[in-house]
Every structure is written in C-alpha cells, then in structure tokens.
Design a protein around this ligand. Structure first.
Ligand SMILES: Nc1ncnc2c1ncn2[C@@H]1O[C@H](COP(=O)(O)OP(=O)(O)OP(=O)(O)O)[C@@H](O)[C@H]1O
Ligand SMILES: [Mg+2]
Length: 329
C-alpha cells in the first residue's frame, strides 16, 4: 500500500505511474485545500492546472490512532460514478479524473479555492436562501434519481455506516467515554449525564440505529451537512460522499435540518428548505424529525463536535426538544 505524502518528487513518480501526469508535467506546489479530518486530501499545482488528490487509509488522518475503513475512497468514487448518470447531479460535483483501487486514491477536479459553509455555525451568519434551495434541490433530485430496485449498482458501505453508528448511537451515551463535555462548554457534562442515564431515550435511539444500518431504497450522500457543501464562483457544489449508502431519505434530510438548527438558522429559512424539498420528493416528517433529533443529540454530546457558537441554554433546549421528539413525550 502506497502512503501518499506531500513530497513533490514522490507524488510525481506516483502520479506518472498511474498515468495521471504527463511526462513533461511537474508538481510546482501543493497545499491542503481545506479543513478535513478523515483523509489525506491535497491540492496539486503543475503551473498549468490544479487538481485534488484524496487517499483514504485504515485510520483517521487527524487522529492516526483511530481506525477507519480503508476503502472509503472507493465508496466515494462509486457514488460519483453512479450520480454521473444524471447530468443535473454531475454538474454539481467534481469530475473524477482517476481512481487507484489498489491504494484507495482518487483524483478529481479542483472546484477552486472556495469555502464550505461551516462558517455558518458562527454567530450571526446565515446561509443565503437561494443557495440553500439549490442544496435541497440536489438532495431531492438525488433521492428521486436512484432506487435500490433499479440502480445500476447498489452501494452498501456498511463499514462506514458501522463507524458512524458507533459515534451516533453508542459512544455519546457511554458513561465513561473519555470525553469531558465541560472542556467543550462548562456545564455541558452535568446535562450530558441526564441523557446517558435516560433508558427510555436510549431504547428509542437503538431503534433508530437499526434503521440506519438497515438497507433502504434511496441513494443518500450520507453526510449532508454544511461541511459537504462548497461555495464556488460557479455556484454551490457538493463533495465528500464517503458515507453514501442506499437508505431512507429521512436520514439525509433529518441530518441537514439538525445542522441548520445547530447553526441557529431561522425557523422561517428552515421551513422554506423543508417545504422546497417536500414539494419535489416524498418525506415522512415524523421519521425525519426523529433523525434530526438523533443528529442533534450526538453532535452536542458526542465526539464529532462542530464549531458551534450557540450557548449552553440553547444547547439544552435543543437537547430537550430532541429527547421529546424521540420518546414522544
Ligand atoms: N474537488 C475539490 N475542489 C476544491 N476543494 C476541495 C475539493 N475536495 C475537497 N476540497 C477541500 O478540501 C476539504 C476537505 O475535503 P473533504 O471534505 O473531501 O475531506 P475529508 O478528509 O473527507 O474531510 P472530513 O474529515 O471533513 O470528512 C473540503 O472542505 C474542501 O475545502
Ligand atoms: Mg469526509
């Protein structure tokens, strides 16, 4: 297994061996294209063109002691391959220029040095309505576009789902998981204790977890939140479908809405986003709300923290609301 590094000579040799770099091309510079945790992701500049290289390894790039499914870049590539059957979807994602299945490396178009939407978690920031509508449109077209019954390929991606399941349904509710919530926000640990001791809630979460791991009908991006949407000079683009699978649309939209709520976006904007999606694609609102609740709980209480700026009271009320939705109280 080749482990890519930022060494330019090494990269040139590797890229040429794959036929991804012309004989006369050289790598002039490299840079990390943006915030990322899971993978080795690099922008390469030949002086004539730039492109992005992404390698997945059997660990998490930022936390090498944490194991992760090594072949996730291949699942990501499968998503791009499948969605390229639909021109409207393909136009909103990078083109794949090459895939090395042996070493789990993917090379793709550089969408430019835009930024993702994670700045929207910051106080006072909002996502422009027309851009959010494009994002909801993409999801509706994706979910309408593929059914497991007819798709040319069904992606299971079970190992990535199991990893996510651990962080969504198990880890946040373990008594001694090693995470001190007070380090994130003083007062949060005391609140977290209540949720860890809530057997009624945990029983509901177990059901949601089973639903997440069961195979479903729609092709989902799988991680449809502010970090997977890029704002570029040509418009909104969608990246990083490494958690893709065929499942319930309610999971995808549930997660999206959870992030809009944690980013403190207005009820009005969130309703518009939901209405827009629902006008194009079918959604069971009750199930969607339960997945929204699940995602809020795990992001506030679990390991995969976000750069949230909402205070303790707001977090507390989001947690309570989520608990009530899940338990029906
Ligand atoms: N094709 C691309 N064009 C331009 N920028 C890109 C492209 N792919 C990725 N980036 C930039 O690199 C960042 C990291 O990419 P990506 O999210 O795919 O990596 P990751 O390791 O899977 O991240 P995470 O740990 O958040 O899942 C993105 O937020 C984006 O800023
Ligand atoms: Mg990723």
């Amino acid at each position: 297994m080749t482990k890519l590094t930022r060494d330019k000579n090494y990269l040139e040799t590797y890229l040429k061996s794959q036929g991804w770099l012309e004989e006369n091309e050289t790598i002039k510079s490299t840079e990390v294209p943006g915030e990322g945790n899971m993978n080795f992701t690099l922008r390469l500049d030949t002086g004539e063109r730039t492109f992005i290289v992404k390698q997945s390894r059997d660990f998490v790039e930022k936390y090498p002691q944490v194991a992760a499914p090594a072949e996730r870049a291949l699942r990501e590539a499968e998503f791009y391959e499948l969605t390229s059957e639909k021109p409207g979807l393909k136009a909103m994602m990078p083109n794949i220029l090459g895939l090395d299945k042996e070493n789990n490396v993917m090379v793709m178009d550089d969408l430019g040095a835009g930024s993702d939407y994670t700045h929207v978690y910051k106080k006072g920031q909002t996502i422009p309505e027309d851009e959010l509508i494009e994002i909801m449109d993409f999801a509706a077209d994706l979910h309408n576009g593929f059914s497991a019954k007819t798709a040319s390929k069904v992606i299971h991606n079970l190992k990535m789902r199991e990893l996510n399941h651990e962080h969504m349904f198990v880890y946040p509710y373990l008594d001694d998981n090693g995470l001190n919530l007070d380090d994130i926000l003083p007062g949060l640990a005391e609140i977290g204790k209540m949720y860890k001791a809530d057997d009624e809630l945990k029983a509901e979460l177990e059901k949601m977890g089973k639903l997440y791991l069961a195979d479903g009908d729609k092709l989902l991006h799988g991680d449809y939140f502010l970090g997977s949407w890029l704002k570029t000079k040509d418009g909104v683009r969608i990246i990083d479908p490494e958690f893709c699978f065929f499942g319930p649309a309610e999971f995808e939209i549930g997660v999206t809405i959870a992030h809009l709520k944690m980013a403190d976006q207005s009820e009005e904007l969130i309703t518009k986003a939901l209405d827009h999606y629902s006008a194009k694609a079918k959604l069971d609102e009750e199930l969607r709300k339960k997945f929204t609740a699940t995602e809020i709980l795990r992001r506030i209480l679990g390991l995969a923290q976000l750069p949230l700026e909402i205070g303790l009271e707001k977090r507390k009320s989001l947690l309570e609301e989520s608990r009530n939705i899940l338990t029906g109280n």
